[in-house]
Design a protein around this ligand. Structure first.
Ligand code: ARG
Length: 393
C-alpha cells in the first residue's frame, strides 16, 4: 500500500482527510506538530492521537517543535524586524516551513511516496507547505484533498464523519477559522468578512480590549544580547518562557492586536485579525535598540531588508537562497544589538520610554543644547556647502 504522511491537527477537515485518503488506497500516517498552539478545551495531544487512529490512521507522530520554532524561525524573523504589510508578525507563515520540514523527514523515515495537508485552495498556507516540500524533496507527491474533494460545506463533512465514525467535536460551534501557535493567533472568516464592522470582542482569544485592561500602565524592561531577548525586568529567562510570559502580560494590557486587510499570495484581499502580544513587545523593543546602536546607513538599509524578508516569509520562500543570504546580512547586523529597553504597556499600546546599551552611538556632548556641548558648530558651515553643492545651478 502507498503510504502518505498527513499534517494532522485533530480538527474536522484533517480527520475527514484521513478517511478520504484511505478510501483512495493510502496507508495514512499522521503528523502533529506542537508549535505551542495550546489546543482547546479538553483537547490534548493524546486525545488528538486517539482521534487520528480512530479516523483510520495507521500511526501518529507527535513532535514538540517549539524550541526549534523559536530558535530557527521566530528569532531570525525578529532580528530581521519582519512584519508583513506593516501589521502582521507572521506567526502562521513562520510555522509552515517547519511543518514541511518534518513532513518530509517523516516521509523519508516511513518510505512514504506522498505527503498531504488540509489547506484550502484559496490561502497562503498551501503555497508555503508545498513550495517548502518541493524544495526539500521534489520527488514527493503532494496531496491537497480540500482542493479536490466533493464536500461543499462543513455540514457535508460532518455528515461524512458521522457516517464513518470519525470522532469529531460537533458541539463546538466554530464562528471563525483560527490558527494558533506560540508567536501568535490568526483569526478569520465569519463576521470578520464584513469589512465595515469592528471585530467583536469574542473573536479575540488572548488579549483584553484596551478599555478592559488596567487603568494603570505597566513598565517592562527587555534585555537583548546580540539581537536575542534574554531577560525580562532583569531576570534571565529561557526564550519559550519569556515569550509565554510576554503573551500573558501583553494580553492583560490589550497589546498586540491588529485588524487588517491583507494581500494574499493568490491575489485575493482578505480581512484577518491577529493577536501577538509577545511579538509586538519584542519587535517594539528590538527596533528601539537598533535605533540606538546601529549607524544611520546600516539602519536605513536594514529597513529595506525587513520588507523583503517579511515578503519572503509570507510568500513561502523560507528555504530560498535569497532568504538564506539575507539571514547572513541580518546576523552580522546583530553583533552590537545588546542592551535594555524600557517599555510602557497601557490600554492596548506598547511604547518604548527608555533605552540603555554599552554599544550606544548616542553622544550627549554632541546632541545637547546645554553647556556641556562639545559639537563644533563652525564645522557645519563647510559641511552644508559641500552637501548642497551638487544641486546648485
Ligand atoms: N493570513 C495569514 C497568513 O497567510 C494566516 C492564515 C491562516 N489563518 C487562519 N485563520 N487559519 O499567514
Amino acid at each position: 500500500m502507498k503510504k502518505v504522511v498527513l499534517a494532522y491537527s485533530g480538527g474536522l477537515d484533517t480527520s475527514c482527510i484521513v478517511r478520504w485518503l484511505k478510501e483512495r488506497g493510502y496507508e495514512v500516517i499522521c503528523f502533529v506538530a506542537d508549535l505551542g498552539q495550546g489546543l482547546g478545551q479538553g483537547e490534548n495531544f493524546e486525545e488528538i492521537e486517539r482521534r487520528a487512529l480512530a479516523a483510520g490512521a495507521s500511526k501518529v507522530y507527535i513532535r514538540d517543535l517549539q524550541e526549534e520554532f523559536i530558535n530557527d524561525f521566530i528569532l531570525p524573523a525578529l532580528k530581521a524586524n519582519a512584519v508583513y504589510e506593516g501589521k502582521y508578525l507572521l506567526a502562521t507563515a513562520l510555522g509552515r516551513p517547519l511543518i514541511a520540514k518534518y513532513l518530509v523527514q517523516i516521509a523519508h523515515k516511513e518510505k512514504a511516496a506522498a505527503v498531504a495537508h488540509g489547506c484550502t485552495g484559496k490561502g497562503n498556507d498551501q503555497v508555503r507547505l508545498e513550495v517548502a516540500v518541493g524544495i526539500l524533496d521534489p520527488k514527493l507527491e503532494i496531496i491537497a484533498p480540500v482542493r479536490e474533494w466533493e464536500f461543499k460545506s462543513r455540514d457535508e463533512e460532518i455528515e461524512y464523519a458521522l457516517k464513518y465514525n470519525i470522532p469529531i467535536d460537533v458541539t463546538k460551534k466554530k464562528p471563525y477559522s483560527i490558527d494558533r501557535n506560540i508567536w501568535g493567533i490568526s483569526i478569520e472568516a465569519g463576521i470578520l468578512e464584513n469589512l465595515e464592522q469592528e471585530p467583536p470582542e469574542d473573536a479575540y482569544m488572548i488579549t483584553k480590549s484596551a478599555t478592559q485592561g488596567s487603568s494603570y500602565p505597566r513598565y517592562l524592561e527587555v534585555t537583548f544580547s546580540k539581537g536575542v531577548p534574554v531577560k525580562i525586568d532583569g531576570k534571565a529567562m529561557k526564550l519559550k518562557n519569556l515569550i509565554t510570559h510576554l503573551n500573558e502580560v501583553g494580553g492583560q494590557f490589550g497589546v498586540g492586536r491588529s485588524d487588517m486587510v491583507e494581500n494574499r499570495l493568490v491575489g485575493i484581499k482578505s480581512r484577518e485579525i491577529y493577536e501577538a502580544p509577545a511579538g509586538t513587545i519584542l519587535h517594539t523593543a528590538h527596533r528601539e535598540l537598533e535605533a540606538l546602536v546601529l549607524d544611520r546607513e546600516l539602519l536605513h538599509f536594514k529597513e529595506m531588508i525587513s520588507l523583503k524578508y517579511a515578503e519572503l516569509v509570507y510568500y513561502g520562500l523560507w528555504f530560498s537562497a535569497l532568504k538564506d543570504a539575507l539571514d547572513g546580512f541580518v546576523t552580522k547586523t546583530q553583533k552590537l544589538v545588546s542592551g535594555t529597553i524600557r517599555l510602557r504597556l497601557s490600554k492596548g499600546n506598547c511604547v518604548a520610554v527608555g533605552r540603555k546599551s554599552a554599544n550606544s552611538l548616542y553622544k550627549k556632548e554632541l546632541s545637547t543644547y546645554g553647556k556641556e556641548d562639545k559639537f563644533d558648530q563652525k564645522l557645519a558651515e563647510g559641511f552644508i556647502k559641500l552637501w548642497g553643492m551638487p544641486y546648485k545651478r
